[in-house]
Design a protein around this ligand. Structure first.
Ligand SMILES: [Zn+2]
Length: 54
């Protein structure tokens, strides 16, 4: 009778770009981290590619 609602929980990928010193890198709630980039736009691209690949 009870539904199996636990199975409906999916891994959520929410990315943010954080600054670390002179570099920027992308982070995700799943634990993934992108490489350090000089350009913030690069880090954003890394994040987008990660979400697409996930
Ligand atoms: Zn992720």
């Amino acid at each position: 009778m009870d539904g199996r609602q636990q199975d409906q929980q999916q891994t959520h990928h929410a990315t943010t770009v954080v600054e670390q010193g002179r570099f920027c890198l992308a982070r995700c709630t799943c634990g993934w981290r992108g490489p350090a980039r000089r350009a913030r736009s690069r880090a954003r691209t890394d994040a987008e590619e990660h979400v697409d690949a996930a």
